[in-house]
Design a binder for this molecule. Structure first.
Ligand SMILES: [Zn+2]
Length: 137
């Protein structure tokens, strides 16, 4: 059973619509002050898809999907080979290698590696530094 990353309490199984007013299946939910950690379940089951995440971590995981998913969505690479690549970079076995399982530190690494890989492929870096951020002086 997944547990709260801060307090270690086991989440209780709830219906997402009970709390979020939207039905995206069952959740393991914890009502702690980390912003309500939760993890979604595999469709139609009570099997958690990863580890429980607080609000902060959920934002990080979303950012990761934004950086990482285009690698397999837009390129000729399969999803599993993209995960294999990131797993090798991070020294994780494939069963531990999923964004839904990562903590904040790992999320940062995934974002950085993904943007770097995408930048290389496009022949330029895809992160743009806003003009004027670094002065000329
Ligand atoms: Zn919690």
């Amino acid at each position: 059973m997944p547990s709260c990353p801060l307090y270690g309490d086991e989440g209780r199984l709830i219906d997402s619509s009970d709390i979020y007013g939207k039905d995206f299946g069952m959740l393991h939910y914890c009502g702690c002050d980390l912003g309500g950690c939760y993890v979604c379940c595999r469709k139609g089951t009570s099997r958690p898809l990863g580890t429980m995440a607080c609000l902060d971590l959920r934002v990080w995981r979303k950012r990761d999907h934004g950086a990482f998913d285009p690698i397999w969505r837009c390129w000729k690479e399969s999803r599993s080979s993209a995960y294999r690549w990131i797993g090798e970079e991070m020294g994780l076995s494939s069963k531990d290698c999923h964004i839904a399982m990562f903590d904040q530190r790992q999320c940062r690494v995934v974002e950085e590696l993904s943007l770097k890989k995408r930048g290389k492929k496009n022949g330029k870096l895809s992160i743009r530094v806003p003009e004027g951020l670094f002065g000329r002086g």
